[in-house]
Design a protein around this ligand. Structure first.
Ligand code: ATP
Length: 338
């Protein structure tokens, strides 16, 4: 008898990603194990990432791939360190190695959820470097993707935000999300079918957190009103938006090159001839290139810059995040760090 269909589905999703990794980083099956690429799972101990850990351990045995795991202790609850140790033990029991529990200090920048996420990714990046890992797998599902799209919509963001999470992201494509096309229910069923011990993060059901309210109240209400297909539709919106946003970014990169003069200033007439979506992207790129942190550059900053270009006065200056100044000098826009 084969595995439960849900278990087969999660294993297939992981196998595909491992094949992608091996296509990009070919490994000789006859070479010593140490020479095989290392793939780590980022595991919170929750159902999604434990299912991912189990599928990685299973699939890696059949391939020239080493499989390990990292769990991050955010230190936000009593006993979180011993729980992280337990998650590491569970990963080791699945046959993963190396496994590591990493403690981080969570700052306050941007609110508790964003601060925890930043600290987590910094720790995962550092772990990947330390262990020489080729890839890190994350357990985001199609349901997480739908939530991310809705959160972007509610912020009034552009299509880049609506494109949600990429299946492959990070420096050199380090982060991979094998479950992005699987629904959460399949992943949870796979956990139950394999009798995996999982830990439920109380934050995931705490109504103080926006994502948790969306997960437990918002999405079920939407499904009731619009039908069960809404999660799949939102995930499709993410994919379509990603393709559109990528196309606009490429257009903006070309337009920026064309608009720059020898001194690096932007020609206002060339910018004003561009569609607003492309012009906004060119401006954003130019400001970030001067050192403004992407996360602190908001739509209102770009709108202000846009008015500087299209304004009739032909002069003026504005200050932007990261001590970047934009100055209009007749037909030119000079953006510099002050
Ligand atoms: N403390 C952590 N340590 C390591 N990886 C983590 C940690 N928290 C989250 N991750 C990774 O990020 C993914 C998304 O986490 P998030 O908490 O947003 O979603 P989730 O649906 O609750 O996932 P899970 O059921 O695995 O906890 C997880 O599946 C896991 O791969």
């Amino acid at each position: 008898m084969g595995p439960h269909p849900a278990v087969a589905a999660i294993r297939l999703a992981v196998r595909r990603v491992l094949h992608d990794v091996l296509t990009e980083h070919p490994a000789d099956p006859a070479a010593p194990r140490d020479a095989h690429p290392l793939v780590l799972v980022a595991c919170s101990g929750g159902a999604d990432s434990m299912a991912l850990a189990s599928a990685l351990a299973f699939e890696a045995r059949k391939l020239p791939v080493r499989a390990g795991g990292i769990t991050v202790d955010h230190g936000l609850q009593d006993g979180s360190d011993s729980r992280a140790g337990e998650v590491a033990d569970r990963m080791a029991a699945l046959g993963l190695g190396p496994v590591e529990a990493v403690a981080v200090t969570v700052g306050r920048e941007g609110g508790p959820e964003a601060a925890a996420r930043d600290a987590r990714y910094a720790a995962l990046d550092a772990a990947a470097e330390r262990h020489g890992a080729t890839a890190i797998l994350l357990g985001h599902t199609r349901d997480d993707q739908a939530e991310t799209v809705l959160l972007g919509l509610a912020r009034g963001s552009g299509i880049r935000s609506l494109s949600g999470m990429a299946a492959v992201s990070g420096a050199r494509g380090r982060y991979r999300r094998p479950f992005l096309r699987l629904d959460r229910q399949t992943v949870r069923t796979a956990c139950i079918a394999q009798e995996l011990a999982v830990w439920d993060d109380p934050h995931n059901s705490d109504p103080a957190y926006t994502r948790s309210r969306l997960r437990h109240e918002g999405l079920p209400a939407l499904e009731k009103a619009l039908g069960k297909g809404v999660v799949e539709a939102l995930a499709r919106t993410a994919q379509l938006s990603r393709d559109d946003a990528d196309a606009l970014d490429t257009w903006a990169a070309d337009a920026e090159t064309t608009a720059r003069d020898e001194a690096g200033a932007l020609a206002c007439d060339k910018l004003s001839g561009l569609p607003p979506a492309v012009r906004r992207r060119v401006l954003r790129r130019a400001v970030i290139a001067e050192g403004a942190p992407a996360g602190s550059l908001f739509a209102r900053h770009i709108e202000e810059l846009d008015r500087l270009i299209t304004g009739w006065r032909g002069q003026g200056a504005i200050n932007l995040p990261g001590r970047v100044e934009a100055r209009r000098q007749g037909g030119r826009l000079v953006i510099r760090q002050g």
